[in-house]
Design a protein around this ligand. Sequence first.
Ligand SMILES: [Zn+2]
Ligand SMILES: [Zn+2]
Ligand SMILES: [Zn+2]
Length: 429
Amino acid sequence: MSERLPCQTPGCTGTILPATALKTGGICMPCYQQKKAMEKQAYIEQNRKEVNRYAGIHDPVEILTIMHSPRKPDPLIKEVPYPRTAQELYRGLTEEERERMESYAVHLLEEEEDVDQAEMILVSLLCFTDTRLGPGLDSFLRTENYNPPILFKDADAQIRDRLIAQVESDPANRNLLLLALAWIGDEEVVRLFAAWRQSPPEWASTLYQAPETYAREAGWELDAGGGKRQLYHPECYPFLVSREDTPEMPGAPAAVQMLRTGTDTCPWCGGGLTVLFDYDLQHPQTGFMELPGKRLRIAACMHCSCYGTLYMKADLEGGYVWSEYNTVPEYLPDNTGGPAFNTWHRMQLSEQPAGTFESAHWILEAPASQIGGHPAWIQDADYPVCPCCSRTMTFAAQADMGQVAEDEGIYYSFLCRECLITAVNYQQT
Ligand SMILES: [Zn+2]
Ligand SMILES: [Zn+2]
Ligand SMILES: [Zn+2]
């Protein structure tokens, strides 16, 4: 047996075989690996180059094309980010530029170059510019892929009829086809869903839920008479992170304040309640809610609402009380810590409206704090049922914790205007 030698690194108590010492210059393997890693890191830092792929480019279509194209991560390259987001660029596209963007997606689909990238472009066009897709959707259909179903929003009668025929004969894609039809949601689809509710098709037994309930994923449901009932407001105003150096604007209070400390404590966890949204109902920006009265506060426990829907009884003077309908969730861990308000960004309601669907597809990673608009579901759509009148509650607003606190998840809030009951629930990836 050979004699072991001490590792030469000061402070290291490791010992090594003479053969190892020859290979590593007298240090043990862990020390050797650490030294190599440090050398590599130093090399990267000395040789890393800044690369600005956008330098000298002014055409927004070209800029977006670069943004969407995938790149292999290279430690020796430090990408200079473009100063505006894809969302901002899409919003500013002219009609001609939107067409060019759509043609580029068609090219990617037809050449089967990068289907994922093509989908991303089509969804961005649909959500950020609210365009009706033309050749892009035709080409997408030719790939026989139906995901993401939101791409079928506002598709024409010809595509709709094709999907209606296919849903009968294509069990493998039935789930996605039903979602696509829900997103089309025109009179014919509403009539069809109502007919299915009346007499379920044979294949309905193979689904996890009744076919007509797929409508909720696209933000609507059938009312008692078989008509279409929208579950969100098309009007939408986003909250923006207010810059740290700008004090809250004096004399011009916002229409809705977001995330304020409430006055009561949660009876379940003992933590403080939070007013997620505080509406000034007399402000023109909240006029679309069509609520009489002065003030609506939607409050919840930020901890407990992560584990189940929390209801409050509200009034239109800004009052709220814990609802008698609340039931303790099956799983409710202790509230350790709780939200650290002082580390959150201050959010300010924008006076500029946003498109209804800008955050509807969360894959686009658009900031989602907003009042109105279509919710940014991370999981399946989860519109609570009003515990008082049993009607599906309407989406009111949402708080995107990624935007507020570099945290994760979204809090969604809802209102039953008849019963004045509010609800808050939460989803994360
Ligand atoms: Zn060592
Ligand atoms: Zn609680
Ligand atoms: Zn109700």
